[in-house]
Design a protein around this ligand. Structure first.
Ligand SMILES: Cc1ncc(COP(=O)(O)O)c(C=O)c1O
Length: 367
């Protein structure tokens, strides 16, 4: 039966992990934390009675101030977004002559800029996906890179990002998952450009992942005021609703940041344990994962994904990521109990695949 909303094919750029996270499956496909946390829920609940009113400048100012304080920037360097995804859409207003998209990475920036008619070059990094500024066309006036990158989980050093900066060029760093990154010394956001905000850089941030608010759409960006003026010329009035503004002020304020710090530490521990167990099971985890998800390389990614689904686990195929392909799967970092369930399903699927292959060989031999 048609639902009227057919899911894009696994190879199409518009397909994301949420399409895989069907009810009842253990979700390794979507990198959103459970949430929202109680203090955010409470703050939202208090404001439900205000929804007859248009979003107020007071609420917008409070959210902007929280972002400015968090990053040590001026308020005119902050633009609130209806989710980080809106930031990519606004980039078209810069009318770039030549966009360079560093791949593999999140597919939305390329998709929306292509739809807006931009000329786009893909700069495909080979594993282990180290950034190399010399690969970017000299005339690219807009360069887009994710840090940490989705789905490779690579965290580029700040110096490699800064090497992309040129006169006449804007470098967009998608830091949607940066708030959950930790340095080896436990310091948060070791490679973020949000606080330093070098000239010529736009940093796009999200609060949907860490705070379990994907359904609310909450993000912001940091850029020079003149860049923000170009991004917002002609933007609709009231781009964010009252609840989104309230949520942003909470998430970016002290309580929200204490919550994010706790999560970052818990996820780092879960990721280390998960990677060790995956590798112990002979599963290839390329590179050094630094984000709340890990990439794995497998012989038959599409077959394995389907087999895991029938065994109760949803994983994200990387078939539609430029520079990757169906042999890669992305797994959200989950606590040990869920990883145990995934590995049990994986082993069962591998045993069945081996049985099927053996049966096919036998049948072939008898022909
Ligand atoms: C790397 C990356 N950037 C941005 C986004 C969009 O974030 P938001 O939910 O804030 O629009 C996503 C969503 O999956 C993402 O993976």
């Amino acid at each position: 039966m048609s639902t009227g909303r057919e899911l894009p094919d696994l190879f199409e750029p518009g397909r994301h992990g949420d399409a895989d996270a069907e009810p009842g499956l253990i979700d390794f496909a979507v990198n959103v934390q459970p949430g929202p946390p109680p203090f955010v829920r409470d703050a939202l609940a208090v404001r439900l009675g205000d929804l007859a009113a248009y979003p107020s400048a007071r609420d917008a100012d409070a959210a902007v101030a929280a972002a400015a304080v968090l990053h040590g920037r001026r308020t005119d360097e902050i633009l609130l977004l209806d989710g980080a995804a809106e930031g990519f859409e606004l980039l078209a207003r810069l009318r770039p002559r030549h966009v360079a998209v560093i791949a593999p990475s999140f597919t939305e920036p390329e998709r929306v800029l292509r739809a807006a008619g931009a000329r786009i070059s893909r700069v495909v990094l080979p594993p282990p996906w180290r950034l190399d500024a010399s690969l970017v066309p000299d005339d690219a006036d807009l360069v887009i890179v994710g840090n940490p990158t989705n789905p490779t989980s690579v965290l580029h050093p700040r110096s490699d990002l800064e090497a992309l900066i040129r006169p006449g060029r804007l470098v967009v760093v998608d830091e949607a998952f940066a708030d959950l990154t930790l340095g080896d010394d436990g310091r948060r956001e070791p490679q973020s450009l949000a606080d330093g905000l070098p000239s010529g850089v736009i940093v796009i941030r999200s609060a949907t992942k860490t705070f379990g608010l994907a359904g609310l759409r909450v993000g912001y960006l940091l850029a020079a005021p003149e860049v923000i003026a170009r991004l917002t010329a002609g933007r609709r009035h009231w781009p964010l609703g009252t609840l989104a503004l309230v949520a942003l002020a909470e998430c970016l304020g002290p309580r929200g940041q204490a919550h994010a710090a706790g999560l970052a530490a818990a996820i780092a521990a879960d990721r280390a344990a998960m990677v060790e167990r995956l590798r112990a099971h002979g599963i290839t985890v390329p590179g050094i994962p630094r984000a709340p998800y890990v990439l794995v390389e497998v012989p038959d990614g599409l077959g394995l994904k389907a087999a895991l689904r029938t065994r109760g686990c949803a994983v994200r195929s990387c078939a539609n990521f430029t520079g990757l392909g169906p042999q890669y799967l992305r797994l959200a970092v989950r606590p040990p109990g869920r990883v145990t369930a995934l590995l049990a399903a994986w082993e069962d699927a591998s045993r069945e695949a081996a049985r099927t292959a053996a049966a096919a060989t036998t049948t072939g031999a008898h022909r």
